[in-house]
Design a protein around this ligand. Structure first.
Ligand code: AHR
Length: 638
């Protein structure tokens, strides 16, 4: 392996390795958003979904859903009419496949409530686990005839991943409840009613270059009415308009009928998260097309006004002055400084002339007003699963070239062998102005989004091989991200996924560690690297891959090598053109002898990076690459 240290090539953008976030697999509601109560505002179409009545012996009463006379967005609330409480009367919420409650941790319960009849009444708040004694308990009193928010913090005396929230009434009369909420106090950065700290930490550890949000297919919606509309996701969380999640549908014979978007994590929170992560925010907007895998509903060309306006207003929301327009809304939410939006996607996985004509209208309006914003144009999806795949991709590319699109988004959901065979995909792509964003990809061990797919070492190793090709072509491929990102073990629609979690725990897949290692070893410039005799598969395609970059801050050559063969490979590494070379290399290895190996809650680091220091005598040294391994060598070179 020869690395030409004195011939630095293309600059590697800080955005090279990023993350893709979508509310799929309980990614947001039930995941990143730390709210533990499902259907807290009784706005699910089945308004009582997630709730059940507690009617213990000797109690008398009933519960029903009421409507505010005028209220639009948060239109419903729960009414409890209680005659006798007996052994217990009230309601219970089961959370998102249970609530994760941890011993010693504090939880903030809050509720909007009023007393409309009788009283005085009190509410006993119980966090109930499997055991007989509650994990935590508190009492709320002081209800009046006016709606008011009441809050209490409790400390859990036990741990349970499937706890419930019980609200037991004391006294008789009529009590109305709305926005019933329970959050851990120790959210990410301690923000009240914020994000699950352990999940965000996984992202922060990756140091991603950008955060793509809010999806994915949920940008498009099954119908245009159900598309993601950012303006309904900001402001007071109680006023955000709940809609059905696009993944609340039968997919791969799986149905998630209780999947709705509360938008507790909305565009403001995504911008804030991007800032926390040091990542460029990358919103993707609907372009007047519903998901083409569903209805494919189209907004008529003469009705694109709202879509154009949404895009222009979003830029103002992110970047505009704090004292007027949409910039003021941002400031009112607590962030007077602009978020510095530079990247904006128009549509997700769209195709056909219908997309091109809509893209043109929206892109022109943005470019006229905000020429500095870089626009991302979509190309369908994996060529094998969308109609006339390869021809469509070719058609879209020909259009984008004419339009001189800034960035073109390509998605790949393929078998591991495809990734292994296509590490050189971008070597021959035309360099004519448009950059490539590999905006979604993931090796599928069985087939596209098969419910039997596994995040095994085979898939991760194949992605690592492919990523060496992205890195070598960093002059063209300026951004990339794996998809989907998060997955709740009991609430998924799609696998494989980068990070798995339950109500209490989280672990990174081998694919996660591949992404993380590339990102933490990004470097600043591509270095030419040659492999003299790479091992090949029977189809003649390489199974041994190398790419290299130079890190200008640490003055290190960083070499990434993927050995996708089952044999150790002994190589001589030559660093050419360096005046001085360090006396030891820092080596990180991610490997397993078994391609079927996976990480799990029980063995979260079965496949995880192992670091070591290797002493060197000269700029030319021998190294034995393990079978089925990804290796990163960092070496001081000047
Ligand atoms: O990543 C899962 C889905 O795959 C995304 O929502 C969509 O863009 C793609 O088809």
């Amino acid at each position: 392996i020869t690395v030409q240290v004195d011939q630095p090539g293309a600059a590697i953008r800080p955005t090279m390795w990023g993350v893709f976030f979508e509310d799929i697999n309980f990614g947001a509601d039930g995941g990143l958003y730390a709210e533990l109560v499902k259907n807290r505002s009784f706005e699910f179409p089945d308004n009582i979904m997630g709730w059940s009545r507690i009617l213990r012996s000797g109690s008398e009463g009933y519960i029903y859903i009421e409507r505010y006379p005028q209220e639009q967005t948060n239109a419903h609330f729960l009414r409890m009419k209680v005659g006798k409480t007996g052994q217990g009367f009230g309601v219970s919420n089961g959370g998102f496949r249970g609530m994760g409650i941890q011993e010693g941790k504090e939880y903030r319960f809050s509720v909007q409530a009023r007393l409309t009849d009788g009283g005085p009444m009190a509410l006993r708040i119980q966090l109930a686990g499997q055991g007989r004694r509650p994990l935590a308990e508190a009492k709320l009193e002081g209800f009046t005839s006016q709606w008011q928010k009441l809050t209490v913090v409790v400390r859990a005396g036990g741990t349970d991943a499937r706890a419930r929230l019980n609200l037991l009434v004391e006294g008789s009369g009529t009590l109305d409840l709305d926005m019933v909420s329970l959050f851990p106090v120790d959210t990410w950065k301690g923000r009240e009613d914020g994000l699950r700290a352990d999940l965000v930490q996984m992202l922060a550890d990756m140091k991603p270059g950008f955060l793509r949000f809010p999806g994915g297919c949920i940008v498009e919606g099954r119908t245009l009415d159900e598309r993601y509309q950012w303006k309904t996701t900001i402001g007071d969380p109680a006023d955000r308009t709940l809609i059905v999640n696009r993944w609340n549908t039968e997919f791969n014979h799986r149905l998630t009928p209780d999947y709705y978007q509360s938008f507790g994590v909305g565009f403001y929170e995504y911008f804030l998260l991007s800032k926390d992560l040091g990542a460029e925010p990358m919103p993707i907007l609907n372009c007047g097309m519903a998901c083409q895998f569903n209805t494919g509903e189209l907004a008529p060309m003469d009705e694109l006004g709202p879509y154009v306006q949404d895009a222009l207003d979003l830029i103002e929301f992110a970047n505009g002055p704090a004292d007027r327009g949409w910039g003021r809304k941002r400031a009112e939410m607590g962030h007077p400084e602009p978020f510095g939006l530079k990247l904006l996607g128009i549509g997700n996985e769209q195709w056909g002339p219908q997309y091109i004509e809509r893209y043109k209208v929206i892109a022109k309006a943005i470019q006229d007003k905000y020429p500095d914003i870089q626009l991302i144009a979509a190309t369908g999806s994996d060529a094998t699963i969308f109609p006339n795949g390869p021809q469509e991709i070719e058609y879209l590319w020909s259009q984008f070239r004419q339009l001189k699109a800034d960035i073109v988004d390509e998605h790949f959901y393929r078998r591991p062998d495809w990734f292994l065979d296509n590490a050189h995909l971008y070597d021959d792509y035309p360099r004519d102005g448009s950059e490539v964003f590999v905006g979604e990809y993931g090796a599928q061990s069985i087939g596209v989004a098969s419910p039997d797919n596994r995040n095994n070492w085979h898939t991760a190793l194949a992605e690592a091989a492919f990523m060496t090709g992205l890195e070598r072509n960093a002059d063209l491929v300026t951004m990339s991200c794996y998809a989907p990102l998060f997955c709740h073990v009991d609430g998924w629609q799609w696998r494989p996924d980068l990070i798995w979690f339950d109500n209490l725990r989280v672990f990174g897949t081998p694919n996660y560690y591949v992404q993380k290692l590339f990102s933490l070893n990004r470097g600043d410039r591509v270095l030419p690297v040659a492999v003299a005799e790479p091992a090949t598969a029977p189809n003649g395609k390489p199974r041994f891959y190398a790419s290299s970059v130079y890190d200008e801050k640490s003055n290190e050559m960083i070499l990434k090598v993927v050995n996708a063969t089952g044999e150790p490979v002994r190589a001589i590494i030559q660093t050419k053109g360096a005046k001085a070379v360090g006396l030891q290399a820092n080596v990180t290895v991610l490997a397993s002898d078994d391609l079927n190996d996976e990480n799990s809650f029980e063995t979260p680091r079965k496949i995880a990076p192992v670091e070591s220091k290797v002493p060197l005598r000269s700029a030319e040294f021998r190294y034995d690459f393990r079978p089925y391994s990804m290796t990163i060598v960092r070496l001081m070179c000047q």
